[in-house]
Design a protein around this ligand. Structure first.
Ligand code: SAM
Length: 218
């Protein structure tokens, strides 16, 4: 019988998730994000989609100065931190179990004069949405948040609640499974959606979405 030893980081692309920290340089700042895959799982590691979304923001495709923004499923908060460093006011959100780790990463990586520009809040998609102003955001950000089919409906409900007609939604996604494209189909029923960027090396797509304006001819 062949003996196959258990090697935890057998897939090289996943081994970096097991490092206790990840380092980046965005918006002229060194950023060190603590990771804890073993204890907190998906919410406590930096996913490629977050890195690509930060690169996209840094390239200046979106004007972030003073923009009222919210990040959904922020995990370690890298995207929210970079958005704040680039001048946005950001509410950085995730499920309750992820908040303590998230807050520590955000605080560690932002100069104290930016702490007032950032809030870390619980937001489980579809729940307690009245705690967030309806249509109150210029920009909604999400990196690698399209992966659980059960969450597709509440995630779209959440986008509907947060977005005004002019709100820009940026979703950085790795399309892993057929069901992920189902999310895009569902989103297109209520939002206009276009792909604005593709990182070939990391296989990450960035989609820009906005509420469909009511058709004047109907
Ligand atoms: C794959 S991780 C991505 C984390 C981070 N955005 C990144 O790219 O590094 C998915 C994130 O979505 C969050 N999430 C999953 N289901 C959620 C839900 N129902 N409501 C809010 N956040 C959720 C997880 O806690 C996790 O932080």
């Amino acid at each position: 019988m062949a003996l196959v030893p258990y090697v935890e980081n057998v897939v090289p692309a996943l081994s970096k998730l097991q490092n206790s920290s990840a380092r980046f340089h965005f918006a002229s700042h060194d950023i060190v994000i603590a990771q804890d895959w073993r204890t907190l799982g998906v919410a406590a590691v930096v996913w490629d989609a977050a890195v690509v979304l930060c690169m996209y923001l840094e390239l200046g495709h979106v004007d972030l100065k003073g923009k009222v923004s919210i990040e959904l499923g922020a995990g370690t908060g890298l995207v929210g931190v970079v958005a704040a460093l680039l001048g946005a006011k950001v509410t950085i959100t995730d499920r309750r179990c992820a908040l303590e780790f998230l807050s520590n990463n955000v605080k560690y990586n932002l100069p104290s004069d930016l702490w007032e520009s950032v809030a870390v809040s619980e937001l489980s998609w579809g729940e307690g949405l009245d705690r967030f102003p309806a249509g109150g955001f210029d920009l909604v950000l999400g990196a690698d948040i399209v992966y659980l089919e059960d969450t597709f409906v509440p995630l779209i409900q959440t986008l509907q609640h947060l977005c005004a007609d002019a709100t820009v939604v940026l979703l950085a996604c790795r399309i892993r499974y057929e069901r992920d494209t189902k999310f895009l189909t569902m989103l297109r029923e209520q939002f206009t959606v276009e792909e604005v960027y593709y990182d070939k090396n990391r296989d990450i797509h960035i989609y820009k979405a906005g509420k469909q304006l009511p058709r004047s001819d109907l």
